[in-house]
Design a protein around this ligand. Structure first.
Ligand code: DNO
Length: 358
């Protein structure tokens, strides 16, 4: 595996490339053109400039998170082919610049959903949290407003104000889309992009729905082992793979995370590894990465990745806000850097004990 760090780009991230470079063991960044809208074509010169900026700091681009999918593609609207053509051209431009992994998601309307962005923990840190009760009590159109005040002046991925202004319209557009339609639209999209992915060896890594169940009655399909295998079988190509995000699949306590990882050998192209602390099955908060701070056994998760020979990029994921940092919720420097160091430590220990045993 390669340890990486998410970076939103100059002007969008409070964390600098220089800081990322100084985290021990981090060699790559996962980045994006944050100011492009879903459906927009990524120009080659902009990708090249991004690459040069990252490389000037001594790091390199290990993958893109995300090239977002236009709603017309997810809905299967009449203009979807135009947006897929743009997507293909974007992949071509990324491929020409040597980028080989693209993370995306197929969630309707809302990307990942949290109901609190700064829940206070006993040690004075704050974390993002989710309760189903809060979601059930809120009008989806008010969702953005209800959390916008806690974004620390940042734009959170998937929660762009321009999109959120159209939430009502978006809900209307999805009114006839159920799980089956969403699967069919995903298949259509994947079939069309696979040739370009094969040409450039670009590994597509679908991000799970977070939380891993339907919210506000919207269909959600990338939620468990059965559905991921269905997705991979319907377009059976190694370039059609997944982002294994422990914090997203882990929202459903029935998902056996190490078991899922083992079942996905060869098809995990990117890993997000973080922990959650459950207060009840429908109330969870994002803890420190350390096993003892949350509910998951992080050793077992890393061990499963090790055992399947995972060699793609991995990144620490949402962290707590600590040491008075002001940053995008979940994406401060300090706790994610601690997470990277911890995950690297687990990996080294697993690797050395494996080598001694053989
Ligand atoms: C949240 C992220 C998601 C993820 C997208 C992938 O912190 O994990 O926004 O990047 O769903 O397209």
């Amino acid at each position: 595996m390669e340890m990486t760090f998410r970076w939103f780009g100059e002007g969008f991230d409070t964390v600098t490339l220089k800081q990322i470079r100084q985290i021990p063991g981090v060699t790559g960044v996962i980045t994006t053109l944050y100011d492009t809208m879903p459906g927009e074509l990524w120009e080659r010169n902009r990708i090249k400039a991004l690459k040069e900026t990252v490389e000037a700091s001594g790091l390199h681009i290990s993958g893109i998170e995300s090239v977002n999918i236009h709603d017309s593609i997810k809905i299967g609207d009449k203009d979807r082919d135009m947006y897929i053509d743009n997507y293909i051209k974007t992949l071509e431009n990324l491929g020409e610049e040597g980028i080989r992994m693209v993370c995306y998601n197929f969630m309707p309307v809302f990307d990942w959903t949290r109901t609190e962005l700064a829940r206070l923990r006993p040690d004075g840190s704050t974390v993002m949290a989710y309760t189903q009760e809060a979601v059930d009590a809120i009008d989806p159109e008010k969702m953005f407003e209800s959390i916008a005040g806690d974004m620390n002046g940042t734009v959170m991925p998937g929660w762009e104000p321009e999109r959120m202004a159209k939430v009502k319209e978006l809900f209307q557009m999805y009114r006839d889309v159920d799980d089956e339609k969403l699967f069919a639209n995903l298949k259509y999209f994947l079939e069309r992009i696979m040739p370009v992915c094969n040409k450039y060896d670009i590994k597509m890594a679908i991000h799970p729905d977070d939380p891993a169940w339907s919210v506000f009655g919207l269909p959600r399909i990338i939620i468990n082992q059965e559905n991921i295998h269905r997705m991979m079988d319907m377009v059976d190509d190694v370039h059609n793979g997944v982002t294994f995000c422990s914090g997203s699949y882990g929202t459903n306590l029935e998902n056996d995370l190490p078991g899922m990882i083992r079942s996905l050998k060869g098809r995990i192209h990117f890993a997000h590894v973080r922990n959650l602390k459950f207060n009840s099955p429908t109330d969870f908060e994002e803890s420190a990465h350390l096993s003892s701070d949350g509910t998951f056994d992080m050793y077992e998760i890393m061990k499963a990745l090790y055992d399947i020979g995972f060699d793609g990029p991995i990144r620490p994921d949402h962290g707590r806000m600590i040491w008075d940092e002001k940053a995008m919720p979940g994406y401060g420097l300090y706790d994610r850097a601690l997470g990277a160091a911890y995950l690297n430590g687990l990996w080294e220990a697993i690797d050395k004990s494996h080598k001694r045993a053989v």
